[in-house]
Design a protein around this ligand. Sequence first.
Ligand code: ZN
Length: 409
Amino acid sequence: MQFDLLLKGGRLIDPASGLDARRDLAIVNGRITAIDPDIPFERAARVIDATGSIVAPGLIDLHSHVYWGGTSLGVDADRLAAKGGTTTFIDAGSAGAGNFLGFRRHVIERSKVRILAYVNISFAGIFGFSQTVSVGECSDLRLCEPRETVAAVREHADVVVGVKVRSGRHAGGSSGIAPVDLALEAADQAGVPLMAHIDEPPPGRSEVLPRLRKGDILTHCFRPFPNAPVFASGAVRPDMRLARERGVIFDIGHGMGSFDFSVARAMLSEGLAPDVISSDVHLYCVDGPAFDILVCMSKLLALGMPLVEVLRAATQRPAEAIARPELGTLKVGAVGDIAVLRLRPGRFTFVDAVGASLVAEQRLVSDGIVVGGTWWPNEAANDFGDTERFEAHAHETHVDVVSRHFGRG
Ligand SMILES: [Zn+2]
């Protein structure tokens, strides 16, 4: 058989199948067709030399915001994909029932990279979010309408993976726990999981967690005080253990303010590693502190999570969370979505959402990705320095941030 694309000489790590070995991997018609210790290069129309690199399933960023141009916080997924090793972006509720069709038509259907989405319980989606504007989409309960949400989930079932709710003082004002209950009712009726965000109380963690069902996702699981998953002593709160035992999925969702090294250390030391590592990348954290999923994964690696588990949390686990078993693995027959990564040695200073720093001697970088069988190199692969500091920009207006990324007008 003649192959379309051959990745040759890499260390293939597929956490889902347990394979970690030197393997060649070949693709035909967008599907993985062969995995073998030696596939001759003459048999492929195109060969990528993966010597010295890690060949992993394409990363699935379970929590991102990619409704570019339609919401103030959206980033352009195609611009971020190859650099971040990401082949699937899951948008976490940027759009609600009232503006989901625009997201689909103008962004999802036009993107080269794969995009799937949670529908926000709020009809308007996340409409008032920047570094200086914060009007929560759940602060007016008239916007939280389960019938509209269920209809949108059904209408766009091919790209929708669940319902999203942002509960907390920032996203919900004085609404308390009500948006969570409305979102749970919609998720139950539509037969899909719920992704619940928590920020500052109310509602408190102890109100949100017991409501979540097996397969529901708690995002911002390692957020800082208040509403942190650990006591000041570092002991894990009992409701976190109960949630894990019940099968609630813990997702990092780093973002602008939701990842704390000291909380992560406490959780990891008590055996509560995150199920999923996601970036919550949006316009106000793409220049730090989150940057992209690879930076977030590098932070967990620096905190002591083993490489295979870090990769599992960005491939197999998110694929399970969205019930898409054809993604997130490198089995023969699976979708040809691949990340070609590299562990780059150096001296890297990572900064969390509360300004604490952590020095690491390696970080994950991307050589490029394969999406649906097509090679997509990271054009910035040679720009990585070996001493870098990953910290956030100062406060700016929305127009400043957009201009830096996309130019004026
Ligand atoms: Zn988010």
